[in-house]
Write a protein that binds this ligand. Structure first.
Ligand SMILES: Nc1ncnc2c1ncn2[C@@H]1O[C@H](COP(=O)(O)OP(=O)(O)OP(=O)(O)O)[C@@H](O)[C@H]1O
Ligand SMILES: [Mg+2]
Length: 164
């Protein structure tokens, strides 16, 4: 693998190759979120993609647990964005959880959310964010969740992507 990583190059010290994992249970999805939270700091954008019911909200629950933010993560489909305040631990940061599904590519509505301000001091996580929010930051953590229709096997693929 070492050679592959070298050839693919690095972004901010991280390998640019996508990582992949099979997620047999919803707990595995949440555990991946907790792990990925360790890579995140204020101003980081997480773009979640995958079909209906793939596990985007479950992964966000793990991110929230890893960051230690306040408030229960729920599917924000009807409220579009939910603010989670930082936890009590030293250096804690907040998280904003957005569901872009109902934005339907409406960039005015996206602007109205003012995610730029949130990115000053929080992590912003966007379900259905692919192709919609990448311009907000120079790079983002892209997580693709897949669910095989026949076998129901779920897989996550993730990588840091630099805006082109
Ligand atoms: N790895 C997994 N294995 C089994 N079940 C899972 C897994 N991940 C999530 N689930 C289950 O799938 C269902 C949908 O999960 P979730 O709400 O996180 O999906 P979603 O991608 O956010 O859906 P939506 O597109 O509606 O926002 C939930 O019941 C959740 O418990
Ligand atoms: Mg969801």
């Amino acid at each position: 693998m070492g050679g592959t990583i070298g050839m693919a190059g690095m972004i901010n010290g991280r390998p640019r190759v996508a990582e992949q994992r099979i997620l047999p249970t919803v707990e595995d999805t949440e555990a991946l979120g907790r792990e990925l939270a360790a890579e995140l700091g204020p101003g980081d954008l997480v773009v979640l993609d995958g079909p209906l019911g793939a596990g985007k909200t479950a992964l966000t629950r793990g991110l929230a647990a890893g960051l230690g933010v306040q408030g229960r993560v729920s599917s924000p489909t009807f409220i579009i964005a939910r603010q989670h305040r930082p936890g009590a631990q030293p250096g804690a940061i907040g998280m904003v959880h957005v569901d872009a599904y109902r934005l339907g590519g409406n960039l005015d509505e996206l602007d109205a959310l003012d995610l730029d301000s949130d990115l000053d001091d929080a992590v912003v996580v966007v379900e259905w964010g692919l192709g919609v929010v990448e311009h907000l930051t120079d790079r983002h953590l892209r997580v693709l969740l897949r669910r095989e229709p026949d076998s129901d096997v779920r897989t996550a693929t993730w990588e840091w992507v630099t805006a082109s």
